[in-house]
Design a protein around this ligand. Structure first.
Ligand SMILES: C[S@@+](CC[C@H](N)C(=O)[O-])C[C@H]1O[C@@H](n2cnc3c(N)ncnc32)[C@H](O)[C@@H]1O
Length: 229
């Protein structure tokens, strides 16, 4: 089987959607080109649009992003945020951090987006639950999503939205037995992650065959959250 995004959605549907999803922001269009030329993975065009629509819909006061790369998705989300909202984005590659900060400054968003150079797995485990986030975008190390889930849920505000990208991993997550052998560990972990999301008592999750596969998980509001007891 040929593994590309066409394994998830048929090529003509993907190209129709991409043809309609035109990037009108000059800086974001430049970053898309830069990412393509330099082989840097950023959100697929249709996932980027989903992110910006969901950000507008949710109007989060605080966003946590895991996996910043060149700052493309954090700039994209920040463009859709209400005034006064903020984003913390985590990245462990110092060159990516440098480029992201430069791009964020060019976008005039240094006041709204803080890039933290850290290993996200460690960083989120130290964050106190008082630091709660209305939206978490998980787009870092795919093989560690499952290890980061407890912290992500702990840090998500009641009613908060957890968006996880690349969960179908070019269709391989859903293809029993035929995936590239060198990807076996990551595929197993993504499967574990999807199982953990779908059975999590505090989450309600939808799996979308969008881009490289995206899950949307809402943290349920408990009676304790609602009534304080
Ligand atoms: C898919 S890219 C992020 C793309 C970005 N969210 C976008 O759409 O513009 C994933 C990034 O996560 C970073 N990353 C991977 N493992 C990480 C970790 N443990 N901690 C922090 N960053 C990590 C990689 O260096 C890479 O830049």
């Amino acid at each position: 089987m040929d593994y590309d995004l066409n394994a998830i959605v048929t090529p003509y549907v993907t190209s129709y959607i991409r043809g309609k999803t035109v990037q009108s922001d000059a800086l974001l269009a430049e970053l898309e080109m830069y990412a393509k030329e330099n082989d840097i993975p950023i959100a697929e065009p249709e996932t980027a649009r989903l992110l910006s629509v969901l950000t507008r819909l949710k109007a989060p006061a605080k966003i946590l992003e895991i996996g910043c790369a060149i700052g493309y998705s954090s700039i994209l989300m920040a463009r859709s945020l209400p005034t006064g909202s903020s984003i913390i984005t985590l990245e462990y590659d110092s060159e990516m951090v440098r480029i992201a900060r430069e791009n964020i400054a060019r976008a005039g968003l240094s006041g709204a987006i803080t890039v933290i150079e850290a290993d996200a797995k460690d960083y989120i485990s130290y964050l106190s639950p008082d630091e709660s986030f209305d939206l978490i975008f998980l787009d870092g190390p795919k093989g560690h999503y499952v290890n980061m889930l407890d912290d992500a849920v702990r840090l998500l505000a009641p009613g908060g939205l957890l968006i996880s990208d690349n969960v179908l991993f070019k269709g391989m997550t859903a293809d029993d037995g035929h995936f590239a052998r060198r990807k076996i560990t990551i595929i197993r972990r993504l499967r574990e992650y999807i199982d953990a999301l779908m059975s999590h008592p505090q989450l309600e999750t939808a799996i979308l065959s969008q881009g490289d596969g995206v899950t949307l998980s809402v943290k349920k509001i408990s009676d304790k959250d609602r009534f304080g007891y």
